[in-house]
Design a protein around this ligand. Structure first.
Ligand SMILES: Nc1ncnc2c1ncn2[C@@H]1O[C@H](COP(=O)(O)OP(=O)(O)OP(=O)(O)O)[C@@H](O)[C@H]1O
Ligand SMILES: [Mg+2]
Length: 393
């Protein structure tokens, strides 16, 4: 087990910032591109909770399609925690049991009776219990909230109303039980959902927290540790020169891509810069092999799943053009190259902003005369150029 609290890449600064916000009574919303390390950060917030007088639990909503499932997920994560001297499950059972008087001889987990009865009332009572817990302060770290909301939206008008009701409900319980801290996160844009579902006002109450990629020194330390901790198939050492070359090839320093490229490194460790660059280039070539398509395929899938036509088709056209240019392409040139009569400069701009927030692109000089768009992740650009994914799979 790696003790991330001692590692410069362990997101300890971010953990401290989040607890500072919690201590100031703020709830946090952290949204960011795929693979940036959001879930990793939630795990570190959980690890650090004890030392900060908190009980933090991570609740993963990706598989939930209704509020009952959200409640079940929360209960299942709570089960093994402690509140004071008692196991949280027993403590909650006592508090909730006064109302529900569940039979103890039932099969299934401790929270089963509460799911079968009026789960919304119990959900709220549970939050009340967390709020009133004198021994601990609780923090709920909600991962992949937008995926859950999207699953509701996809059910049609009723689902959309459910999403809005759920979000309004969270606002109400946050106000009613203010000792409980909330952190919401997810990899797909929550704002477009909130706009469609008309719950932007709910989001506005969270303090936005921007998670950045690693900085160079952190990236170097991470890849060197991957080797020395035995996480790489062909290496137990990576030199400084190689670590730098990996960071340079990855460009967007998300741990996931640093790891993916380091996994491909082979040959004897090279101190010489030119040799190191060559080794890393060979590793990148292996990483771009079709056998590693899952490493990048999530991005293609993201567009197909979350962008609707005509946006989806235009996004694929734009990315195909941008993939050809490592230095990026001027937005006016891109508009002409896409060549669709029905595409206005304004609509392209809106789409590029979304692709920017979702981590595909960086658009520089937005306010200048000649804004330029480029892939954010140079490896993803190469993958896109090589496999040229189309809107229709
Ligand atoms: N700071 C870090 N140090 C070491 N490993 C990390 C770090 N951050 C992330 N990772 C690893 O990188 C991978 C991707 O991170 P993570 O799952 O947290 O990203 P994410 O932003 O939640 O992605 P997604 O949007 O796809 O859910 C995981 O295997 C994770 O353990
Ligand atoms: Mg995640």
């Amino acid at each position: 087990m790696i003790n991330y609290a001692e590692k410069i890449y362990g997101r300890n600064r971010e953990v401290a910032e989040i607890y500072k916000l919690f201590a100031a009574g703020r709830d946090v919303s952290m949204h960011g591109p795929r693979r940036l390390g959001k879930t990793f950060l939630l795990d570190r917030v959980v690890d650090a909770a004890d030392g900060r007088g908190f009980n933090a639990i991570k609740v993963e909503l990706a598989g939930c399609t209704d509020t009952r499932a959200v409640f079940r997920e929360l209960c299942s994560r709570l089960g093994s925690r402690r509140s004071g001297r008692q196991r949280a499950a027993d403590w909650f059972k006592q508090r909730l049991g006064q109302v529900a008087a569940p039979r103890s001889d039932q099969d299934g987990p401790w929270y089963q009776p509460f799911l079968n009865l009026d789960h919304e009332t119990h959900f709220e009572r549970l939050l009340q219990a967390l709020h009133e817990d004198q021994e601990n302060q609780w923090a709920l770290l909600i991962d992949e909230l937008p995926i859950f909301l999207k699953a509701l939206h996809d059910k049609g008008p009723e689902g959309l109303a459910d999403a809005r009701n759920f979000m309004n409900w969270t606002s109400r319980v946050r106000a009613a039980y203010p000792r409980v801290r909330w952190l919401i996160t997810g990899s797909i844009g929550i704002e477009p959902l909130a706009r469609t579902g008309e719950y932007m006002a709910v989001l506005a109450k969270y303090k936005p927290f921007e998670l950045h990629p690693l900085i160079l020194d952190e990236a170097i330390a991470l890849v060197k540790d991957l080797a020395s901790n035995g996480h790489l198939p062909n290496r137990n050492e990576i030199t400084d020169a190689e670590a730098r070359a990996i960071a340079s090839a990855v460009g967007w320093l998300a741990p996931f891509y640093l790891d993916a490229l380091a996994q491909q490194l082979s040959g004897t460790p090279a101190e010489d810069e030119a040799v190191a660059v060559q080794r890393v280039e060979e590793a990148a070539t292996r990483l771009l092999d079709p056998s590693h398509s899952a490493t990048f395929g999530t991005w293609e899938e993201h567009l197909r799943k979350h962008y609707r036509d005509p946006e989806c088709g235009i996004a694929f056209s734009a990315l195909a053009i941008l993939a050809e240019q490592s230095q990026g392409t001027r937005v006016d040139t891109l508009l002409a190259a896409i060549g669709r009569q029905d595409l206005t400069g304004e609509a392209l701009r809106t789409l590029l902003v979304r692709l920017h927030f979702d981590g595909f692109l960086i658009v520089s000089n937005w306010d200048g005369e000649l804004p330029t768009a480029a892939f954010r992740n140079p490896l993803l650009r190469r993958w896109w150029k090589r496999f040229c994914p189309q809107a229709q799979a």
